[in-house]
Write a protein that binds this ligand. Sequence first.
Ligand SMILES: NC(=O)c1ccc[n+]([C@@H]2O[C@H](COP(=O)([O-])OP(=O)(O)OC[C@H]3O[C@@H](n4cnc5c(N)ncnc54)[C@H](O)[C@@H]3O)[C@@H](O)[C@H]2O)c1
Ligand SMILES: [Zn+2]
Length: 385
Amino acid sequence: MLTEYQLRMPKHIIAGEHALEKLAEIINSDVKKIVLFTDKGILATGLVDLPKTIIEKAGIDYTIISDIPAEPSYHEAQSMVDLFKKEQADFIIAIGGGSVMDVAKLSSILATDEYQVKDLLENPLLAKKQVNSLMIPTTAGTGAEATPNSIVGVPEKDLKIGIVNPEMIADYVILDSRMIKNLPKPIAAATGVDALCHAIECFTSTKANPISNTFALEALDLIMNNIIEACTDPQALKAKSDMLLGSFYAGVAITASGTTAVHALSYPLGGKYHIAHGVSNAMLLTPVMKFNEPAIKELLAAAYDRVIKGGNQSLSIAEKSAHMINQLEKIVTVLEIPTSLKTFNVPSEDLDGLVAAGMEVTRLLVNNKREVTPEDAKKIYLEIL
Ligand SMILES: NC(=O)c1ccc[n+]([C@@H]2O[C@H](COP(=O)([O-])OP(=O)(O)OC[C@H]3O[C@@H](n4cnc5c(N)ncnc54)[C@H](O)[C@@H]3O)[C@@H](O)[C@H]2O)c1
Ligand SMILES: [Zn+2]
């Protein structure tokens, strides 16, 4: 049998101690004008200071665009792209979480007036890469530094939509654990569980294949065995660095495979109630894994064998699978991520609307090994309502 796989990822990845200092080598003499995307929260932490100094030392002109809101709508993303276009930059640096990186990635293919973000909602492949980009994630994380995706809110549909275009894949990535060292615990926890979802969903997706599994399993191993320490101990730099690598690998797994019903049913929660992406995924993780279990038991057992340190290999497949789901649930509980929509005042009358919006995310629902009917989606949402 002949099988063809396509592995798409950034060409150049710099990771580890003092990785950030390598910025000086990336922005060589060809670069004339840089736009540095970030947001106000990150600016306030001082995380942009070192990169700024390096750019200034290199004598390269730059502008900082920092008005990016968390989880932007496509209108908000377009206004950032419009600011970017005025600068006529020939290099993009994004320092931030998924929100910042997603806007930067859209800018890299929308530098001329030919297309708008709105056009890409209908036909994501229209635009081609115009400006090279470097992603420096400050959360671990969305894996947006690895993927061809940019996720924007679509208020008219009460949904978030993923624009997927390989032209948006970053050219350079810097993974430096200093960027996530002082992440506030609630953000570290929610973004970490997002990465965890990417790994386990991609591994249990209908699109999973040997290439994506290599990245998904390594990501799962790194994330499950480091997430609690990384989120709760500010000094745990090794755990944080492993989380950053794990979330990057999980991003590569998304590109080669795809997320499933956790992310699909999560999009309306972000789109309508603006629940943070990682939090809405965390809420749905256990209910969806329990729903999927009949179809993915063997896979969960294989994941157990790979990631549970000192696990009992003589357990049955059903026992290993149950243990994996318990561990996933435990992570969400220990990290104190809200698991009920009541926390966000979602009224029970909204249930049917949620189901209708969730069922629209066919791009990801088709990846789910067990078919999700509207009745199933309703039961899953009811568990967290
Ligand atoms: N493109 C992709 O492949 C992909 C994948 C998953 C999710 N996403 C999208 O990414 C967005 C979420 O990104 P996110 O979870 O990284 O969060 P985010 O970028 O929305 O940031 C959340 C908050 O954390 C703050 N923050 C970020 N880094 C910080 C740091 N080091 N210290 C202190 N504060 C910091 C920000 O200022 C912001 O207020 C959503 O829109 C989601 O849909 C994209
Ligand atoms: Zn995600």
